[in-house]
Structure formats: C-alpha cells, structure tokens
Design a protein around this ligand. Structure first.
Ligand SMILES: [Zn+2]
Length: 317
C-alpha cells in the first residue's frame, strides 16, 4: 500500500527555482521532487510561468518560456528517474511509480510571442497543458483583471483550435469571463481550470462562477483547488477547512468527478498560503480534513489523483 499519491494541476516551482538558482529536486521551496517522493510520489503539472514583465521585448515571452523549460531539461538530464509525461503510456507508467513524475505546462499563452507555430514548437518540447492569458490582457485575449472584457482575439481563437488539434489540454485559469466563454464555445476537448476556486464562496475575479463550473464539468474537465488564501475566503488567511468547503461546494454543484488539486505552490508566498498546506507535506492535512468531513475513501482518491488521472487518460494521446 503506497503512502499518499497525488496529482496536482499547477505549481510555479520551475520559474521560481530558475530565478532563485535553486534545484527542483531538493530545495526550501513549497514543492520539491525530494519532498514529494517522501510523501509517496505523484504527478506534478509544473508550469512555465511567463510573467508580464518579460513581454516588453520582441519574443520576450518565447525566450522566457524557453529559459524555464531549460531549467527542467537540465535537471532531467541528470535525473532520468523522473518521467516527463508526454503520452498515455508515460502516464500509465507514472501511475504505477513511487516516484514523482512531471507534466509540463505553460501559464500565459504569451509564451508563443504572437507566432501560432510556436504552439507546435512547445508541444514538441513536451508541453501538454497551456493556459491562454495571465491576469493581464495579452495578444490572445483578456485576463481575469481586465478593465474592459473583449474576450478572445482572433489569434486567441486560432490558438484554442491549435491546442485542440495537437491535443494540448486547455487551462482556463486566469481568463476573464468573456474569454472563458469564448474558449468554451470553441473547444471540442475538455477544458481544465488548473488553479481556481469557487466565486460564490469567495468573490475574487480569479474564481469561477457556478455557470463556469458547470461548463467545465460538462466539457469533461477538472477544477484544481488552489491553496491561495485570497481565493479561499475574505479574511485573507485560508485554512484546510476552507479548501474542503470549496471542494464540497463543487461536489454539490456538479458532483465529485470534476475536482482535483491545484495547489499553486511557489506561485504565492507562504504567508498567503492556507494554514496547514504551507508545502507539499500538507497534503495529508487535506486528506485528514476530508475524512473528518465524511468523504469516503473513494471520493478522497478521486480528489487526490483519480479525477486528474481519468482526465489525462482521456486527453493524452
Ligand atoms: Zn496562476
């Protein structure tokens, strides 16, 4: 019997480790492969986060994303034990492993620097999940903090189709409402929100309204519950109990099959992370709270890894 196995939809450890010149294997960050292996292993979707500040120069997003990807490749050259999951076969091997294996994602479609052919470039580099915007508007569409929501641009619509064609999973976290609905109307494949919570429990533009949660579930997608306090409650310090409240809300609204983890580790400070899940070791506190609140073992497994696993089986070629 393994200890804790998890699949987590989003962390920013790669970019943080690059900027702070730290290892992704062993470090003092919220996520490390070493600590993740210690709790039982799993699958971490690791984002290449392209911050808006890198977009000032031509190809700035593309270059930044490549630098972050290189951080992962440099690591993997020396550590072949961690699988970079690119297809269904890799996924099945990973599900039977006690190790931590990785899916690469991109947070902010500005990584393509306005060149639609770069979607295929990143696919060939192993990226299997891509978002469209960060909080700001970009060449693809409007982000969650937009001032005037115009939805997706023409390039953004082409981008969504391209992701569908290649089988790259679309991440709707950080989109504005109109961009979200534009994406839903175009995408033929399941869409996921890798790290977003429930708007009705915490009114934040990064969270999802009920109709959006329903649309994601209808597409066959997943909502990854995020541990960031500002998305959990209005008091600015969330707890594991809040995380479970958001899980319960989604379960009541659309059922248990559409909920997963989406920590956002290393995309937030420890101070702003919900108490009890300061780092990857906190996963067991979520499990304990779910047990306390009468979630069955089957439901807990679904939240911890099985829902993400089913989605990935459906989407990876
Ligand atoms: Zn984010």
């Amino acid at each position: 019997m393994r200890k804790t196995f998890f699949i987590d939809g989003h962390c920013d450890t790669l970019s943080k480790a690059l900027d702070e010149n730290k290892s992704i294997y062993k470090n003092d960050l919220q996520f490390s492969i070493y600590n993740s292996n210690k709790i039982g292993g799993g699958i971490q979707i690791m984002a290449c986060f392209v911050d808006t500040k890198f977009l000032k120069n031509k190809n700035g997003g593309f270059n930044r994303c490549n630098n972050i990807l290189q951080k992962f490749y440099d690591y993997q050259l020396e550590n072949k034990c961690n699988i970079l999951i690119k297809n269904k076969n890799d996924l099945l091997k990973s599900l039977n492993s006690n190790n931590t294996n990785i899916i690469l994602s991109i947070e902010n479609g500005s990584a393509i620097s306005e060149n639609i052919n770069n979607v295929k470039y990143f696919y060939d580099k192993g990226v299997r999940v891509m978002s469209i915007t960060w909080n700001d508007d970009n060449e693809l569409g409007c982000g969650a903090h937009t001032l005037y929501d115009k939805g997706l641009t023409k390039l953004g619509e082409d981008y969504v189709e391209k992701l569908n064609d290649l089988g790259i999973i679309i991440d709707v976290s950080h989109l504005s409402e109109k961009s979200f609905w534009d994406t839903i109307s175009i995408s033929k494949n399941p869409v996921v929100a890798t790290h977003s919570n429930v708007y009705n429990l915490c009114n934040h533009p990064r969270n999802l309204k009920d109709e959006q949660i329903k649309a994601i579930s209808k597409s066959g997608g997943i909502i990854g519950i995020c541990y960031y306090s500002e998305f959990l409650n209005s008091t600015k310090k969330g707890s594991v109990k809040d995380i479970v409240e958001h899980i319960k809300y989604i379960r009541n609204l659309v059922g248990i099959n559409y909920i997963g983890l989406g920590s956002d580790f290393d995309g937030m400070s420890v101070e702003k992370t919900a108490t009890g899940v300061d780092n990857i070791n906190g996963i067991n506190n979520i499990i304990n709270e779910l047990k306390l609140q009468d979630f069955s073992d089957g439901e807990i497994n679904k939240i911890m890894w099985n829902n993400w696993s089913n989605l990935l089986k459906k989407c990876l070629k």
